[in-house]
Design a protein around this ligand. Structure first.
Ligand code: ZN
Length: 296
């Protein structure tokens, strides 16, 4: 058996699965203080004989290779979690090899491996929730440079007449600051799920998300792009983003499969389980990799 955790800001989704990547049990635990939540997570897994555990974590998390604080949450806005090392804590509690990646990396991996999207060599998964993040799946790996990418903080062009100051404390005109769930709530005074389908918020939201998508297309040309996260549950939004993307590309180097935008830019198919499926896959593949390198 292998264990999987999707560690989020409001809940921890814990799951146990087989070496073939099938989930056999899932449990949700509320995210409270680390000293309260992590013992409950460890207790859940103690009932199983695990070979390894995978953790898809909210962030920012230190994933720099060789870093003495590898796996530690750094400047997360959840202050009581700053300095917590979820991966190391669970590894010590359970005595099993534990492997960490970002929450959006886990969602990307879950969708690519288990989401029924067909064989993909490259895929960009973008999550639009409280914040905005993205992860690139590329030839069996989740891409990371000296740190995990922060694609939510790319600069975007202002929508016409948009005077909102932005919700990112570091940048005035970044994608997350102008289009995250936090930005929507601060701009309109209510969360996105309380805005009606014909509200003026949605064309503005589509403007920013399309700017991000077009930048990622021209930078990476992934085979598929998946737009997930709570904000994408607004049923009108995906169609608006697709229209904006096609307009913005303006016919410049739009090869297959991007021309079929309805099949190219899609919603996730595993719903709330993308992240745990990905964390499970991560545990299995990292465990196997370790077996191939004796002494590591
Ligand atoms: Zn920013």
């Amino acid at each position: 058996m292998f264990g999987a955790v999707e560690a989020g800001g409001t809940k921890f989704v814990c799951a146990v699965g087989t070496e073939e990547g099938e989930l056999v049990d899932v449990r949700e635990l509320p995210t409270r203080a680390p000293g309260e939540t992590l013992p409950l997570v460890a207790d859940y897994f103690r009932a199983y004989d695990l070979q390894a555990l995978g953790v898809g974590s909210f962030g920012p998390v230190d994933l720099a290779k060789g870093s003495p604080t590898f796996g530690m949450l750094t400047s997360t806005p959840k202050l009581e979690w700053r300095g917590t090392n979820i991966c190391r804590t669970l590894a010590q509690e359970l005595g099993v090899p534990t492997f960490v990646l970002t929450d959006v990396g886990a969602a990307a991996l879950g969708e690519v491996m288990r989401g029924g999207h067909g064989h993909l060599e490259s895929c960009l998964y973008i999550t639009v929730g409280t914040g905005i993040g993205a992860a690139l799946f590329f030839h069996g790996e989740i891409f990371s440079g000296v740190a995990h990418p922060e694609m939510g903080h790319i600069a975007v062009r202002r929508a016409p007449n948009d005077t909102f100051q932005g919700a990112c404390p570091s940048h005035t005109d970044c994608l997350e600051g102008l289009a995250s769930g936090t930005a929507i709530r601060e701009r309109w005074g209510v969360p996105g799920d309380q805005l009606p389908v014909d509200h003026e918020a949605w064309p503005i939201e589509a403007h920013y998300l399309a700017d991000g998508v077009v930048n990622f297309i021209y930078t990476l040309y992934p085979e598929r792009m998946i737009l997930g996260g709570g904000i994408m549950r607004q049923p009108r939004l995906l169609g608006l983003v697709r229209e904006n993307v096609i307009q913005r590309l303006n016919g410049y180097h739009v090869p297959q499969p991007i021309t079929a935008i309805d099949e190219y830019l899609v919603l996730p198919r595993l719903g709330p389980l993308s992240g745990v499926y990905g964390a499970l896959d991560w545990a299995i593949r990292q465990y196997r990799r370790r077996l191939l390198v004796p002494g590591k």
